[in-house]
Write a protein that binds this ligand. Structure first.
Ligand SMILES: Nc1nc2c(c(=O)[nH]1)N[C@H]1C(S)=C(S)[C@@H](COP(=O)(O)O)O[C@H]1N2
Ligand SMILES: [Mo]
Length: 253
């Protein structure tokens, strides 16, 4: 199925999707009675209060002068499958980002369409569990805008990313909850350091989910699915590394 994202569709989607922003946590935070109960014992609940309120906080952004001279790549540096190699050869003219699952309006988005969407540029620090960090500039539309355009349903709780690279024959996959999905710095990046995203860093589109560690930042994103549970995804822990080497699903920083 092919569909064109028009400005009107995005606006309509935004109106429909606005309700999604009121997550369970926001509802609690907005309810004075609930707040009173939750925050009664200040010391005991300080951690809980942090958990409830801080997840929408922004990570630091840096100046161009602070950008790393080289942004290293990690994990898959080229998916190398026949399908992916053919897409590269064709400059991703045949690439379609599929947005589906628990949405009322599944999308099939071309790269030019993605690049025409209003985008956010941000200079942020990437932290890999293997012990390295790099500061780079990323640009792309907010994931939240795309999910609104697809009219994500109220029943959705997670967003799953399926990638073009294979690990033991299975595509790399990752997932985030809706707080991270709608975080203002969570974008689908198509540019790194003012250049079109290269193969090593996840061309043509990769997730930037800045409140999370490196392995959550899915490269080579082919599909995005809204789901209500991670039980049916891989071995049920929500991501390739989570399922296979026991990395935490919630890798918040
Ligand atoms: N599809 C896919 N996404 C991935 C990986 C991968 O192997 N495949 N590696 C992850 C890890 S561990 C890190 S640290 C970052 C590396 O991103 P970079 O290559 O742009 O530095 O991508 C993450 N996303
Ligand atoms: Mo990583």
């Amino acid at each position: 199925m092919s569909s064109i994202i028009t400005r009107r569709a995005l606006v309509t989607g935004a109106a429909v999707g606005a309700g999604v922003l009121l997550t369970g946590c926001d509802k609690i935070a907005a309810n004075p009675e609930a707040r009173k109960i939750l925050f009664m014992g200040e010391d005991m609940n300080r951690g809980l209060q942090r958990a409830l309120t801080n997840r929408n906080a922004l990570v630091p952004e840096f100046s161009p002068a602070q950008m790393s001279p080289i942004f290293r790549s990690n994990g898959t540096r080229d998916p190398g499958t026949p399908d992916y190699t053919a897409m590269v050869a064709n400059n991703f003219a045949d690439y379609r980002l599929q947005v589906g699952g628990l949405v009322d309006r599944p999308l099939s988005v071309t790269l030019p369409q993605l690049r025409q969407m209003p985008s956010r540029a941000q200079i942020t620090r990437h932290d890999c569990v293997e012990g390295w960090s790099a500061i780079g500039k990323w640009q792309g539309p907010k994931l939240g805008a795309l999910l609104k355009a697809a009219q994500i349903r109220d029943s959705a709780r997670y967003v799953v990313f399926t990638c073009a690279d294979l690990y033991g024959g299975t595509p790399y996959y990752e997932s985030v909850d809706l707080v991270d999905a709608f975080h203002p710095q969570t974008i689908l990046a198509w540019a790194l350091n003012d250049q079109v995203l290269d193969v090593a860093h996840g061309a043509p589109v990769r997730l930037r989910v800045e409140r999370q560690l490196g392995y959550k930042h899915a490269k080579y994103v082919m599909r995005i699915d809204a789901v209500d549970s991670l039980a049916g995804i891989g071995k049920g822990k929500g991501g390739y590394w989570e399922d296979n080497v026991d990395y935490d699903w919630y890798a918040g920083i």
